[in-house]
Design a binder for this molecule. Structure first.
Ligand code: FES
Length: 136
């Protein structure tokens, strides 16, 4: 296990998505009261950053086309087959931490299509780079 800090807990607003990145994987943090979820931070529809979305009720809503995911589990309320990966997270004092090893192992089976060194490479449409996906 390789513990890494991704946020200062006292600065994470309640029910307001916050982005983070570990290795080449975007994450989204959702604080709900004294609890937290750390989910894969890209929408499964077209790859928008979920940190740019919003929370409504128990759902994290993508800001582009409204796909919804239960922020406690990552499972889509609309289509239970769609699920944002949920990663282990915990507090060390005021540090919100994750296991970098866990995320990197997940990334090996979920290669990220984003060329962050290229102009706007972090905003590539995965439907273009992974054309075998069927979602429109
Ligand atoms: S990219 Fe999230 S709903 Fe379309």
């Amino acid at each position: 296990m390789k513990e890494v800090k991704i946020a200062t807990w006292s600065e994470v607003a309640d029910r307001t998505p916050v982005g983070a990145q570990v290795s080449n994987v975007d994450l989204v943090i959702v604080r709900f009261d004294d609890n937290h979820s750390v989910l894969y931070g890209r929408c499964l529809h077209r790859g928008a950053l979920m940190a740019d979305g919003s929370v409504s009720g128990d759902n994290l809503i993508c800001g582009l086309h409204g796909w919804d995911y239960l922020f406690q589990t990552g499972v889509s309320s609309y289509n239970n087959a769609e699920q944002l990966a949920k990663f282990s997270s915990w507090l060390e004092g005021d540090d919100l931490c994750v296991d970098q090893d866990e995320i990197e192992i997940w990334e090996q089976s979920h290669p990220q299509p984003y060329d962050r060194a290229a102009y706007q490479g972090g905003f590539q449409d995965p439907m273009v780079t992974r054309p075998n996906r069927t979602s429109a």
